[in-house]
Write a protein that binds this ligand. Structure first.
Ligand code: MG
Length: 370
């Protein structure tokens, strides 16, 4: 089996709930700059990154995929995922200009397409290829109910609806307001609305400084917050270490980290309790598995950030022992042939061969902007 052609694409899928915002981002579309990898056997693998759909940036990512990495892939066996990841990552000219950022997102898209191919060729869903079992249940928590720009009433009714009508066992809400006492009032109201049994997480998207995160984070224990996500600037290891030592609520982070090296540094500093790698950020499934094994070796849970909008991470959660929970963000579900689906608070196990990354032909017709 040999790679014969790379076919780039950029899909911009409108988010299903318009005008959502957290403390740092405002989003109207989710971007999928990606690639279809063709082979001499007729199998095709779909892989992509996940972005905020800025066309100029997405064009650079697909340019990197086709023009920098593409020539290194033609003629290779796509099933040699470790070999190809190392070949691309350590390719001296691209290593020189970036071991993170755009080059890494490009590598992630390729790696995901290779794993999709590998699973399709084996005629198995990826989770099965990776040694998972359909007897495992992956619990969902709803992120798409707690946006920072939701009004107080909208937030509370959405949280309540997620739990009472839709059956989610957990929800996450955004914090990081300029006036953090507003956040505390919103947390108090949500906790009251959903009751004591439901898991409640908060996410500041890196917005606060250490003093604010410590002061406000100290009050989270009153509301039984399961984790405090991205409390301060993403790369500040010592700041997170200090925070972790001063508040009782565990810290979650990782959606902005690019490598297993970065996770190693946070874990060694005891600065993280819940590891949140994102397969599109850490350059694909190959490196995600390294991060998940690393977390597992330190007895830390993995709760992935779904920059792929759940598809790949569901297969990984179904197979890896470190991960039992996954966030639910349904914005792009309809673009996929087999969308990630939640029933009664748990994800339905995917059945189609591959990594769940195949888009419908309708999605290509409607959303391709390349
Ligand atoms: Mg987050």
């Amino acid at each position: 089996m040999k790679i014969t052609k790379l076919e780039p694409f950029i899909l911009h899928v409108p988010v299903t709930r318009q005008g959502i915002a957290d403390s740092t981002h405002q989003i109207s579309h989710w971007g999928y700059p990606g690639v279809i990898i063709h082979t001499d056997t007729g199998h095709k693998g779909y892989g992509f990154s996940g972005t905020h759909a800025e066309l100029a940036g997405d064009r650079i990512i697909v340019d990197f995929i086709t023009n920098v990495y593409g020539p290194l892939l033609i003629g290779e066996d796509p099933r040699a995922t470790n070999h190809l990841w190392q070949k691309l990552y350590r390719h001296p000219p691209s290593q020189w200009i970036g071991r993170a950022g755009i080059s890494h997102l490009a590598l992630g898209a390729i790696d995901i397409a290779l794993w999709d191919l590998k699973a399709k060729e084996a005629e198995k869903p990826l989770w099965q290829l990776l040694g998972g079992s359909d007897t495992k249940s992956v619990e969902a928590y709803n992120t798409d109910c707690g946006w920072l720009n939701w009004s107080f009433d909208e937030l509370v009714s959405d949280a309540k609806d997620s739990v009472e009508r839709r059956g989610f066992p957990g929800i996450k809400m955004k914090v990081g307001s300029p006036n953090p006492t507003t956040d505390l009032k919103r947390i108090e109201a949500v906790r009251k609305a959903i009751g004591p049994e439901i898991k409640l997480m908060v996410d500041a998207n890196g917005k606060w400084d250490l003093n604010t995160a410590t002061r406000i984070g100290n009050k989270f224990a009153d509301y039984d917050i399961l984790w405090f996500e991205e409390p301060i600037w993403y790369d500040d290891i010592l700041g997170h270490q200090e925070l972790a030592a001063s508040i009782s609520t565990p810290i979650a982070l990782g959606e902005q980290l690019y490598s297993a090296d970065a996770f190693t540094a946070f874990i060694n500093a005891r600065a993280v309790s819940f590891c949140q790698p994102d397969v599109v950020r850490v350059a694909g499934i190959t490196e995600w598995l390294v991060v998940a094994d690393l977390a597992s070796a330190h007895n830390l849970p993995v709760v992935s950030h779904v920059g792929d909008m759940m598809q790949v991470h569901l297969h990984l959660a179904q197979s890896h022992p470190a991960t039992n929970h996954l966030e639910y963000i349904p914005w792009c579900r309809k673009a996929f042939v087999e969308p990630a689906t939640v029933e009664s608070g748990f994800f339905v196990t995917p059945q189609e061969p591959g990594a769940g990354t195949t888009f419908s032909s309708e999605a290509f017709e409607k959303f391709n902007v390349l």
